[in-house]
Design a protein around this ligand. Sequence first.
Ligand code: GLC
Length: 745
Amino acid sequence: MQNIVSTIFNRFSSKSLPLVLLTFLLTNVSAAQDLQIERKVDNLLSSMTLKEKIGQMTQFGGINKKYEEMIKLGEVGSFLGVKGAEKINELQRLAVEKSRLGIPLIFGNDVIHGYHTTFPIPLGAAASWNPELVQLAAKIAAGEAALEGTKWTFAPMVDIARDPRWGRIAEGAGEDPYLGSVMAEAEVMGFQGNNLNNDLSIAACAKHFAAYGAAEAGRDYNTVDISERTLREVYLPPFKAAVDAGVSTLMSAFNSLNGIPASANYHILTQILRKEWGFTGFVVSDANSIGELINHGIAKDEKEAALKALTAGVDMDMGGDAFTGNVYSPNLASLVKEGKISEKLIDQSVRRILRIKFRLGLFDHPYTDTLYIKNHIPDQKLRDSAALRLAEESIVMLKNDNNLLPLRKDLTSVAVIGPLADDKYDPLGPWNCSPIPKRVTTVLDGIKNKLSPTTKIKFIKGCDIESNNKRQLDNAIRIAGQSDIVILVVGEAANMSGEAASRTNLDLPGVQEELVEKVAKVGKPTIVLLMNGRPLTIDWIAKHIPSVLECWFLGDQSGNAIANVLFGDYNPSGRLPVTFPRSVGQIPIYYDHLNTGKPFEENNKFTSKYLDSPVTPLYPFGFGLSYTTFKYENLKVEKNKIKIGGSTDVSINVTNTGKISGSEVVQLYLRDLVASVSMPVKELKGFQKIYLNPGETKTLKFIITPKMLELYDVNMKKTIEPGKCEVMIGGSSVDLLSNYFEIIK
Ligand code: GLC
């Protein structure tokens, strides 16, 4: 069947056949394929014992002799944490050739932002506002993972995060549902390609379902209690985008959601995911999140936990800490025998798992064909260039007073100071998979590669990332005094964000703040490069340092990308995917907030404000500077009245008013001014990243579609209401031109 698809696609390219007919043909072919898979699943299911069925629902982490026996008995369906084609093929052989039915295993790993070639962390990649590049990175990661036997990644992590105390903000696309949805789709398409049955494709997994990022106080694994409205308007859209993009699996989250743990939450796992969205893949629990239903207090023992998770809609049980915490394997059979669950419920889950294994082609080609993959994945040079491009586009310039940047390459002397300046590990971020640290270009390397041989470069760490050791401070100050320019490289250790890495204080850790202040006070032109997995409260830096680049953790190409921006070989184009607060006291702070009944007014005490802080963030969502400047003019709305269900074009002229070429992220926001419910003061509904030469003007067009105008009414029914809308376009969420249109009945 597969070759039929490729034959049609190759022979009847869109040139010779109207696209509509081509689409019709391919749609029907894929429908025929699906039908064929369903038949195979039915046949296989009908010949499986209950034990073999439960085996498919069981995932172990790591391997030992006991598991090898269980493979031969058909009592395990998946492994996590096993890497390398040789080992994986060896275990796969046991399943395919030694077990009664020969059902292949599916091997999963956390390929979050690269397998060997490590890309920017997802929060950094989101700052590129370049979904095509994000998709390419995922595609490259998929090829490298598939080459080593991994056919399933526990990515993309699509949790919206409005609280930077939460360390896992590093793993997602930030605070916005629309940007998060665009990135979710890009990653799913990148990992899975347009044909899951391809040797270079791997199954994706949208996680953590759902609303894990809304953990109270930003404390990982903590309680989530949000309204159905917030759940559906903010936290679910990226999951829906992933499902619409064809994601093969989802992972249920650790957190409780409105009193019901996500891994036993029928409302999201079945009502929304299956009945409303029509998802046909399978749901894997997070590690031991089923067993943890006991801690949540909704199961008295593992047996009850297994019952509740399966009934809610979790199909596969990912083992516990030591991955011995599986609860499906030891309990489901007795639950069936006791009549507490029907075997139909088991069959439903097994069907979903087998469906994905068939779609992945694991039955047709269960073994990793390293030769084929090696000959078909892009060569390392191409992978590195993709990593460099995404790293460059992820960098956000937060400040550049008096155009201190870009620097000349023939400087007389430069001081490079900071604990992250010559670090090959932390730039790999908290969720690197199988990185090759020696391939990481550090900031110091990147700067050395750029500068002329005559430039004197002095380097000192100055302090550690986290310790209070000040022994090098004086030397750092001395070196700064001896140099023309000072580049400070500060931030977090990679393990200070990611899982189980919440912080109550978002200042620079250790004595780095003191290092920055003392070095800056030497009085030389000073640049701060931030390497971090979350927004930091950098008020002093924002006030006193002329140039600041947000560099996140950029992966292998960190030093090259940063040096390209520092010395003007790349004009920074990153825009913040998340708001930077002035202080932890402002959190949660996000751009798409409601107006309230007393919106902030500077000179009116009785409005929504603080006594001890401005209400505005340090840096807003969508913000980022360039080495050039852009002007927005003529925001036009084609129709100032549109019927419900109708659409209208809007256009705007954008001009590069500076002296060098550069990219601009043109952002479209909407506001429903009066509705049956309070609506955010603005919501991102579209963006276009464009490249303009000096003096060049482009007229950009956006189409305001009915989908953009939908809202949940008082009864949580999705609808479009008549009324006046504001359309805003600009280069960040705070720098916007406005116009209006009205929706009429
Ligand atoms: C972890 C994470 C999840 C990851 C899984 C397997 O606990 O929550 O994101 O995919 O375990 O490593």
